[in-house]
Write a protein that binds this ligand. Structure first.
Ligand code: ADE
Length: 337
């Protein structure tokens, strides 16, 4: 069985993950430019006694978008109301959320790219003018009633900024920030902090090994740390480099942090399509994996490693990608780049 993604479902795991989430800015490691921009945005708004403007955070999953939303609301001493694009199915759902906000609240909408257009239309005036336009009745007798909303700050998060309409994007007047992958020293720092919180004794070499294989992503790093701890406890072994390597090998995570699906994407491209170019639909059909998962979870990291490129003609495995999976490096002109 291939292990693909951090477990987020079980109740006890959620509690562990919540324990690991930094509750203070000092504990939020990395993303220095975003942190500084947010610090200025929030402190300027506080100085003027104004509501901070709306913020959009984007980037691959697991980099800490939700954590930032929590920290922002805490900094504002505001309540955080959390929802997500798929959870808001009808205009009425959003209307109800907005009208139930208290003055000063932070509204967090995760996966905001999955809001449908009719709902976006309701969000525009809410973001811009703090009003809700409600249509009462149907046909010629329909009329619009405007409700004033309590002042609020919207923090939206997405893994797919390209799917956001330009009008929606432009309404995040507080800023649009892209979270980037973490450096190995940053991930090591996060892991040391997490090990401390979980009461895990782990040496520097093991921390470095987990960091190297963490996809440069805090959520994955913490997931691997927890699984290594499980492995060491169940097998009665100390949590040292040998145990870490065995645990990660059982999870089918390789030395660069690739999991089985990452490797399948690269191999299918090489074995069936001569290294590419091949389209996303083709890869998805060949592997029976969701297009969205390939595009949002797997490809960003493969591109970050320089193993894969997205070209106008499709996906292409690079020379580095060939070599990592043990294939002969392709001749330059056959790369299709
Ligand atoms: N957990 C998720 N993101 C984090 C970060 N940037 N620093 C520390 N812990 C985290």
């Amino acid at each position: 069985m291939a292990t693909q993604s951090p477990d987020t479902g079980a109740r006890s795991t959620k509690t562990l993950d919540q324990a690991l989430r930094p509750a203070h800015w000092e504990h939020y490691i990395g993303q220095p430019v975003i942190k500084e921009n947010l610090r200025i945005l929030l402190s300027a708004a506080r100085g003027r006694e104004q509501q901070p403007e709306h913020v959009l955070l984007y980037g691959p999953p697991g980099l800490g978008k939700t954590t930032l939303a929590h920290l922002i609301s805490k900094e504002m001493s505001a309540s955080l109301r959390s929802t997500s694009g798929p959870a808001i199915e009808r205009v009425g759902d959003l209307a109800s959320i907005l009208t139930n906000l208290s003055p000063g609240d932070v509204l967090f909408i995760d996966e905001v790219h999955r809001l449908n257009r009719a709902i976006e239309e309701v969000l525009y005036p809410a973001m811009e003018a703090g009003v809700l336009d409600i249509v009462i009745g149907k046909g010629p007798s329909a009329r619009t009633v405007q409700l004033e909303l309590p002042p609020f700050t919207l923090i939206a998060a997405t893994t797919r900024i390209s799917l956001l309409s330009a009008p929606l994007r432009s309404r995040f007047s507080g800023g649009v920030f892209r979270l980037s992958y973490y450096s190995e020293p940053e991930i090591e720092e996060i892991l040391r902090r997490s090990a401390g919180i979980l009461g895990i004794e782990v040496d520097g070499e093991s921390i470095a090994e987990i960091a190297r294989r963490s996809r440069a992503t805090p959520r994955t790093a913490n997931y691997l740390l927890k699984r290594c701890r499980d492995f060491s406890e169940v097998n009665g072994e100390a949590l040292d480099i040998k145990t870490v390597r065995k645990a990660l090998s059982l999870l089918e995570i390789d030395e660069m942090g690739l999991n089985q699906i990452d490797r399948d994407i690269i191999s299918v491209l090489i074995e069936k399509y001569g290294g590419g170019p091949a389209g996303l639909k083709t890869i998805s059909a060949a592997l029976s994996e969701e297009e969205a998962t390939i595009e949002e979870v797997h490809e960003p990291y493969l591109m970050q490693l320089g193993f894969l490129e997205r070209t106008p003609r499709g996906r292409v495995v690079t020379e580095k990608g060939h070599v990592h999976l043990g294939f002969a490096a392709p001749k330059k002109q056959s790369l299709g780049l």
